[in-house]
Design a binder for this molecule. Sequence first.
Ligand SMILES: C[S@@+](CC[C@H](N)C(=O)[O-])C[C@H]1O[C@@H](n2cnc3c(N)ncnc32)[C@H](O)[C@@H]1O
Ligand SMILES: COc1cc(-c2oc3cc(O)cc(O)c3c(=O)c2O)cc(OC)c1OC
Length: 359
Amino acid sequence: MVATSKAELLQADAELFCHTFAYLKSMALNSAVKLGIPHALHRCGGAASLPELLSAVPLHPSKRPYLGRLMKMLAAAGIFTAEDVPAGGDGARTTVFHLNAVSRLLVDGSSCMSPCVLLGTTDLFVSASLRLHQWLLSEEEGATTGSPFMMAHGGSLYGVGSRDPEFNALFNGAMGATSEFVAALAVRECSEVFAGITSLVDVAGGNGTTARTIAEAFPGVKCSVLDLPHVIQGISPDGTVDVVSGDMMEFVPPADAVLLKYVLHNWSDQDCVKILTRCRQAISHVAKAGKVIIIDTVVGSPTPQILEGQLTMDLSMMMLFNGKARDEQNWHKMFMEAGFSHYKIHNVLGMRSLIEVHP
Ligand SMILES: C[S@@+](CC[C@H](N)C(=O)[O-])C[C@H]1O[C@@H](n2cnc3c(N)ncnc32)[C@H](O)[C@@H]1O
Ligand SMILES: COc1cc(-c2oc3cc(O)cc(O)c3c(=O)c2O)cc(OC)c1OC
């Protein structure tokens, strides 16, 4: 047995304490977004002392003494940056809180990820995560026990979305927010992937944000979105993209290219092969010139932070859908089973990758 020094033991104790209460970090972030703290800092020019911040966020007067503690914890977690500065000439000091690279993502700009934070920390997801052990102990897999989410809520996430307009809006808004961020990156970093395409269908394309970004970046590409009726109903037509209401398991409209962004990680390997086969049929009229474009996780990135992000995505897919984030070997096997001949992975989107798949 390896001996643990006193210093290591105390370090481990502090680490375990932080892991145990890590959900408080998520909930403090949730509160900061709901209170509008990132936007308040932005309005103050990107940084504010506590008194300045207190005059910019709507706390109950009796709760003003608590804000500093929330901000210090979020700064320790790396979500804001705390700077200790002199306050007057008497040696007194005060803390100034700054937006940093992480919290700038929560402020409106070209994209704002605050809706993702609110979705990820919603009570429907948190209560589902508390069922993880129960799901792992259970043998049965059916309509109500297929994932921890199903166990907690008696139906699939998309079933709940079709019955609960508030959750539907939260989910589609958050997916739209990641789309603004990811689609803008994809068209910038992988523009060659879209060259020569005249039509593209975004399968399970949510509220159409990605398709609109592609249509605006490549006006020669006629873009359409396929999704379930309750999602398509929420799209206001603006003439940029066509919308199609339907079930991708049954039919995918023909196009030169089919996009599957953050779709396959919701599904089992068997369902993915079925979806990919439908997509291959949809591009078959252009023979070898057609392609399927996938934006999804390819687990196995070089940095520890990105790998942790990918593995967190994997666990969240297990919790929500009994889905998974796949490594290259998993992807390769599914592509071959769905009748494709080759593929190319572009690792230029951080936690995600863009994969071109060819018949
Ligand atoms: C994780 S979201 C991704 C949405 C979008 N591609 C994006 O990246 O923002 C998965 C989408 O699959 C859609 N979906 C689920 N089952 C579907 C089906 N059978 N046919 C079509 N769309 C489906 C959902 O409504 C949802 O919009
Ligand atoms: C919460 O459920 C999902 C979240 C995401 C998702 O969430 C993010 C949250 C962030 O704070 C920053 C991010 O960059 C992201 C994402 O990139 C991101 O994708 C995605 C999901 O499925 C695609 C979620 O599950 C439904």
